[in-house]
Design a protein around this ligand. Sequence first.
Ligand SMILES: O=P(O)(O)OC[C@H]1O[C@H](OP(=O)(O)OP(=O)(O)O)[C@H](O)[C@@H]1O
Ligand SMILES: Nc1ncnc2[nH]cnc12
Length: 187
Amino acid sequence: MLRDVYRKAGVLDTGSYLTTVNELCDQLPALRPELLWYVASHLRARVDLNSISKILVEEDKGAPIGTAVSLLSGLPLAMARHYTYAFPSLRVDFSSEYDRSTLHVNGIVAGDRVCIVDDTLSTGGTVAALVRAVRAEGATVEHVAVVVEKAGNGGRELLEDELGVAVHSLLSIKVVPDGVHVLEGIA
Ligand SMILES: O=P(O)(O)OC[C@H]1O[C@H](OP(=O)(O)OP(=O)(O)O)[C@H](O)[C@@H]1O
Ligand SMILES: Nc1ncnc2[nH]cnc12
């Protein structure tokens, strides 16, 4: 099911990067609840959430997926927002495959044991910033669970080798101008 979504995904070439446009990340076409259920239950099964106290997502593309994992696991949902609040929240700068900005992490407190959930891992810049923010608060990141990783972009190496965080993904892909190659992963 997931392989099919990525095999059929469109590719957007902006001139400086290639990205997929697909049902799960972009709601093109609209996201079927059975697909959301499928990815969330596979992530839930893949990661040992027994000692976890919170799910953390970046708002936008990762949010529906993390919300579904929160519902399935009963774990509270924390969220990194793209805009400033006039309340205390954790600020962290990030640089990703195609963006550079600041995130405001809401809902993490000292002592939390966090599982970060996102749709895509590419350079790892977004998730690495979230790891830094969680650690700055005196909490720990136990797992990173993503639906797809773009192989060869360094995200897994950055998180596992440099930051010492376990990465779990359901599918590994390579995006080329004429389509998406599915390298390995679940059906
Ligand atoms: O591993 P990285 O190089 O950091 O790239 C992965 C990030 O990029 C995408 O976010 P996007 O920039 O589209 O922002 P959005 O989720 O807020 O739309 C995706 O949802 C990940 O969060
Ligand atoms: N959803 C996505 N698809 C392909 N490449 C990406 N890089 C960052 N997000 C992506």
